[in-house]
Design a protein around this ligand. Structure first.
Ligand code: CP
Length: 306
């Protein structure tokens, strides 16, 4: 039963609940008109304490496509949090107006904290370097639409694996499905956090670590590129030194399988050359559209509309 639940990280959902949401998202993908009234009369709040293009706008588009309405903010400096209101009080107030809340913050754990004060579902739309579960639902819908399933795959994660919350969430989700193995490609300074490595080791999930994308790209079914997360660095010099560690271009794509798809949560900066945007394996703009359908499915389930 998903009605009324919070979603803070992918582990809050069982495997069968994830599959239920993904299957609904796929139904919506093929026939969105059939779902245009399921949230009529319901309100989504989008509380974004950190910048966003895709996540906020796709949440809002998702609710509008379901027949509901939206309110919220994209810049917390215009809210009473700038006067010192606590997150707990903000959530107590907003949750008395709306049926579901999607929130993004730069602070790890803030969405979990918010959920403690909310009688309506809180959806984590990204909390610092921790988790981004609706990006994971987006990624799973995309992988299933492109490759037929999200089991038995070799998935390469490339770039900033330290701060990349989308990497953490998707790795945890794919670890729960049979036959997946991972290749983590990053500079040493941006490698996957130790707690993530421990989780993989405890579960006996196969993975390898690489520094050169060229050495491993030929093994992959999915290449998940990520941006070096400037906003999470303490030191500008380190960011400048690491920001162009990987640039996916036509030469590297020649080494990849014909059916290896390139995903990226976006925004990209320099890590995917625009010269591959027309390659049929470049799936990152399709992924954006699937994200809206994934969020439609999630909102419909958590609000009890479906
Ligand atoms: N993928 C993603 O989270 O993008 P935004 O930061 O633009 O929401």
């Amino acid at each position: 039963m998903l009605k009324g639940r919070h979603l803070i990280e992918p582990g809050d959902l069982s495997v069968s609940e994830i599959d239920e949401i993904i299957s609904l998202a796929e139904q919506i993908t093929v026939d969105p008109i059939s779902f245009q009234d399921v949230c009529r009369g319901k309100i989504l709040a989008t509380l974004f304490f950190e910048p966003s293009t895709r996540t906020r706008l796709s949440f809002e588009a998702a609710m509008l496509h379901l027949g509901g309405t939206v309110e919220g903010f994209a810049d917390a400096s215009y809210t009473s949090s700038s006067k010192g209101e606590t997150l707990a009080d903000t959530i107590r107030v907003v949750s008395s107006y709306v049926d579901v809340i999607a929130m993004r913050t730069p602070k790890e754990g803030a969405a979990l904290l918010a959920s403690k004060y909310s009688p309506v579902p809180v959806i984590n739309a990204g909390d610092g370097g921790h988790s981004h579960p609706t990006q994971t639902l987006t990624d799973l819908v995309t992988i299933r639409r492109l490759l037929g399933d999200y089991q038995g795959l070799t998935v390469g994660f490339c770039g900033d694996l330290k701060f990349g919350r989308t990497v953490h969430s998707l790795t945890q989700a794919l670890s729960r499905y049979k036959g997946n193995k991972f290749i983590f490609i990053s500079p040493k300074e941006l490698c996957l956090p130790e707690y993530m490595i421990e989780q993989l080791d405890e579960k006996g999930i196969p993975y390898t670590i690489a520094e050169r994308l060229e050495d491993v790209i030929g093994e992959l079914d999915v290449l998940y590129m990520t941006r070096v997360q400037k906003e999470r660095f303490f030191n500008e010099q380190d960011y400048l030194r690491l920001k162009d560690s990987y640039i996916l271009d036509k030469e590297k794509m020649k080494l990849a399988k014909d059916r290896m798809f390139v995903l990226h949560p976006l925004p990209r900066v320099n890590e995917i050359s625009p010269e591959i945007d027309d390659d049929p394996r470049a799936a990152y703009f399709k992924q954006v559209k699937f994200g809206m359908y994934a969020r439609m499915a999630l909102i419909a389930k958590l609000t009890g509309a479906l």
